[in-house]
Write a protein that binds this ligand. Structure first.
Ligand code: CA
Length: 246
């Protein structure tokens, strides 16, 4: 692994892990990110990406020489909730949905502009724990919501299920957390897809609506009961406590 650029010493520097095997794209991204104040570690293989020490955000090319980027994403996600932005030349919806199901937080399709990349990185970084700590002072993002056995704590970005006095942590990605906590703000109320997209993603998100479904599927799986999130056909989704003993 090669640390190409460092602005160490100042607080709040964002460590970016760039996983990209194309030298031209990588060197241009490293230059731009470094100029913008990021500390960049660049690797060209999936194996090196998995060896890299805890970054604040991962930019992950899907087409790597040694591994499929989707496998890299899945393995990174198994060990941490670090925000992952996939860089992909494959713009079709199937790949996007697969990636999001594997735990990516967002996509950017090549070719993309640097300003768009930074905007996406900021959007996902805001949803990390560090971002939550910074945001906690503004009142409406703090607090704990309890819905039946489900407990959503915005301050620590922690989700737990308490069943028969046993507390289980539910490891959600930043986007999944935002979606669940948005639904939990008003249990039983239907949130429209548009509201969900605007709240959980940025208003300038132009991705496929299937993205919402992919995240809902992820949350349902992690909560261990699909009935937690009810789909209301043609409208959106709502949070419901599943009936016990069925
Ligand atoms: Ca590539």
């Amino acid at each position: 692994m090669l640390v190409l650029a460092s602005r160490g010493g100042d607080n709040g520097v964002v460590d970016v892990l760039l996983v990209e095997d194309d030298p031209a794209i990588a060197s241009s991204l490293v230059d731009s990110l470094t100029s913008a104040g990021y500390r960049v570690t660049h690797v060209g293989t999936g194996a090196d990406a998995l060896d890299a020490a805890g970054p604040d955000v991962v930019l992950l090319d899907l087409g790597l020489p040694d591994m499929d980027g989707h496998d890299v994403c899945r393995q990174l996600r198994e060990r941490s909730n670090v925000p992952i932005l996939m860089l992909t030349a494959r713009g079709d919806e199937v790949d996007r949905v697969l990636g999001l199901e594997l735990g990516a937080d967002d996509y950017i399709v090549k070719p993309f502009g640097f300003r768009e990349l930074v905007a996406r990185m900021r959007a996902v970084a805001r949803r990390t724990s560090a971002g939550a700590a910074v945001d906690a002072g503004d009142g409406d993002t703090s607090g704990v919501v309890e819905v039946g056995p489900l407990r959503v704590d915005r301050r620590s970005h922690r989700v737990t299920l308490i069943v028969a006095d046993e507390t289980t942590d539910v490891a959600l990605t930043p986007k999944e957390f935002e979606l669940l906590s948005f639904l939990a703000d008003d249990p039983g109320a239907v949130r429209t897809r548009t509201d969900i997209v605007e709240h959980v993603w940025d208003a300038n998100w132009y991705g496929p609506t299937k993205t919402v479904d992919a995240h809902v599927a992820g949350i349902r799986r992690k909560l261990g009961d699909a009935r937690w999130i009810e789909a209301v056909r043609g409208v959106g989704f709502r949070l419901e406590v599943p009936p016990v003993g069925e």
